[in-house]
Design a protein around this ligand. Structure first.
Ligand code: ADP
Length: 613
């Protein structure tokens, strides 16, 4: 391989307009250039594309990128073309004529990078091309799709290994995903046939994202209020059901917002149109079910608002992570209501997607789902740092709070509930692992409900020992006990409480249980990153708006999404530095040589005229 390692920084500068690599990027690029397979596990927005695109541009041959979604491929190819790189995609969105033409061009070596849907790999035409082309790398985007453990399993991904084995010279193979679980990691390595891959796992923390949870009395009013404050920004609002999407879409439409919708009940044509309206910022607010989003690279999404709680933290982090891909401050807000738990429980019980599973296997899968749902619910009830909670769930530790989530910013009061907690655990012990939380709370509270009477729980010592504590607070204590492992819930269809592995530490006085309650939800306090951005914006608001307008006009002319011309982050930097010449413009992160030539003048003249005023 003819590799010039020195030039990776130049490539980053010239095409992307960035000065430095982000965490993990350089390591992965170097390994690829050394001919080693790589496996990058990085959160959404970390910059995985750069990891295969930069070496692709430096190696002699062609890089084939396998990607699961048409929209994702289109977006990446558009972005590359905008930067001045010849790239193409081959998927079912092309007519047969276009497909043949693209293959013919590819055979002539016109493209450095070719995006392909996995199903294409085995077709005779594609193979005829691939077996005769100098392929230097096969790169697999969203590599978790090969695993049945992941949420997005795509059988087509199983063909990738066979395809690679058919090639005369084995190219370097690079795989990327944002899903970090052990099962997925093992599957990717095995099923894609990675050879001694260089594994790079970067942290999952996304410092630019503010996380907030709220349990409002009136969700609609809360949403309306939120959208009105953020009316000039692009955002996604997720609802649990199609009906919910329709309702919220209607609500915002009536209020006059530029809003569109997406769910599996709409026909293909409308889904495509609505998605484009969103991506091109014609309708910058999207109301959708979780069917929307995979393959959405829109970098200027300033908020992701969950109107309902999703089924697990994996889904939540993936969906919320679609905010702020440009690195600018963005918000992820979740509205929780007890009904959300019921809806998700229903979804779990109804899940018949895996018809191949036996009854026993299905029950195991469901038990795992219930456990995940429980953790998701805990997240909503966490009164501490939300980021800490989430990162811990993904196996990363963080301490001291982030100061950029509602957990850290709300006014809270911490009380010692160790005494009550001990009585609670004793009650669980006496109930002998036969009863769920509701019945145990009733027993402790001394409520003579039919169940309590039927099972003679009123004759237990624990009956009424926590009479003075409200039912609601007892539920909170129960949750807190579960989170700390003092009690456990079985994951069967009818979950029961039993003492947990850590129970003795509490019972023997080694540990205390603290309960943190929200005194007042903070409305005034805004996350640090956000207030910084807000003040920058206020100062340069009119110049920012003008730059945004030029970007939108250019995007309409060029028929590309605005964020592909320049990201919000790049515009913000222009506002701060006010470049006056082409050379100064090139210093702005995100302005590469090709884009400078194409768009530089338009932006420079706006900045100049603003300066003169
Ligand atoms: P991922 O695929 O990991 O979700 P992307 O490849 O879409 O992330 O990158 C997210 C954003 O970060 C893009 O706008 C990209 O241009 C930008 N980016 C990537 N690498 C860098 C870098 N080294 N410096 C600045 N921005 C970067």
């Amino acid at each position: 391989m003819n590799v010039d390692k020195q030039s990776k920084n130049e490539i980053l500068r010239q095409y992307y307009g960035y000065d430095t690599f982000r965490e993990g990027q350089e390591e992965l690029i170097d390994a690829v250039l050394d001919g080693q397979d790589v496996f990058g596990i990085m959160p959404t927005g970390a910059g995985k594309s750069v990891c295969y695109q930069v070496p692709a541009l430096m190696m002699d041959g062609i890089t084939i990128v396998i990607s699961p979604q048409i929209s994702l491929m289109k977006d990446q190819v558009r972005a590359l073309n905008e930067m001045g790189v010849h790239a193409a995609y081959l998927n079912s969105s092309l007519t047969y004529g276009q497909y043949k033409l693209a293959l013919a061009n590819a055979a002539k070596g016109q493209y450095k990078i070719i995006y392909v849907a996995p199903e294409r790999l085995e077709t005779a035409e594609f193979l005829a091309f691939a077996l005769n082309a100098p392929i230097s790398m096969v790169s697999i985007d969203e590599a978790h799709c090969v695993s049945q453990w992941g949420q997005d399993f795509r059988p087509g991904y199983l063909k990738i290994k066979t395809f690679i084995n058919k090639l005369k010279i084995r190219p370097v193979v690079s795989a990327f995903t944002a899903t970090a679980t052990k099962e997925v990691r093992e599957d990717v390595t095995e099923l894609l046939g990675l050879r001694k891959p260089k594994l790079v796992v970067t942290g999952f923390n996304r410092p630019n994202l503010y996380f907030g949870v709220s349990i409002p009395k009136d969700k609609k009013a809360t949403l309306k209020q939120y959208v009105s404050v953020h009316s000039d920004e692009s955002g996604i609002i997720y609802c649990a059901t199609r009906k919910g999407v329709e309702e919220i879409h209607e609500l915002l439409l009536k209020e006059g917002y530029p809003v569109t919708r997406y769910h599996a009940g709409l026909d293909d044509e409308e889904r495509r149109r609505n998605q484009d309206d969103f991506i091109f910022d014609r309708k910058p607010i999207m109301v959708a079910t979780n069917a929307f989003g995979m393959g959405i690279d829109k970098s200027n999404v300033r908020y992701v608002f969950h109107y309902n709680m999703p089924k697990n933290l994996e889904s939540y982090y993936q969906e919320a992570g679609r905010a702020g891909r440009d690195g600018e401050a963005a918000e992820c807000i979740l509205l929780f209501g007890k009904k959300d738990v019921v809806t998700n429980e229903y979804f779990i019980e109804q899940d018949r997607e895996n018809d191949e599973l036996t009854e026993t296997e299905l029950e195991i899968v469901k038990a795992a789902e219930r456990e995940k749902l429980r953790r998701m619910t805990w997240y909503c009830y966490t009164q501490g740092c939300l980021r800490e909670f989430m990162l811990h769930y993904f196996g990363e530790e963080m301490a001291g709070g982030c100061n950029n989530c509602s957990g850290c910013l709300n006014d809270t009061e911490v009380t010692d509930v160790t005494e009550e907690a001990i009585l609670f655990v004793k009650g669980v012990e006496q109930a002998g692992g036969h009863f769920g939380e509701k019945v145990i709370v009733e027993m402790l509270h001394g409520s003579l409900t039919p169940k309590v009477k039927q099972f003679k729980l009123d004759q237990k010592q624990a009956f009424g020992t926590l009479k003075a504590v409200s039912l609601d607070k007892l539920s909170q204590i129960s949750r807190q006990l579960q989170m700390n492992g003092y009690i456990e819930v079985t994951s069967s269809e009818y979950p029961v409480l039993q003492t947990g592995k850590q129970a003795e530490k509490l019972l023997f006085g080694e540990e205390k249980l603290m309960l943190r309650e929200i005194k007042k939800e903070s409305k005034k306090k805004v996350s640090k990153a956000r207030s910084k951005r807000a003040s920058q914006m206020a100062k340069s608001n009119s110049i920012f708006e003008r730059l945004r307008k030029v970007r939108l006009d250019l995007a309409r002319e060029e028929k590309v999404p605005p964020y592909l011309i320049f990201s919000d982050r790049t515009l913000v930097e222009m506002c701060q530095k006010m470049p006056a010449s082409e050379a100064e413009m090139l210093e702005i992160s995100g302005v590469g040589a090709h884009k400078l030539q194409k768009y530089g003048d338009a932006f420079l003249s706006v900045i100049r005229s603003f300066g003169e005023e």
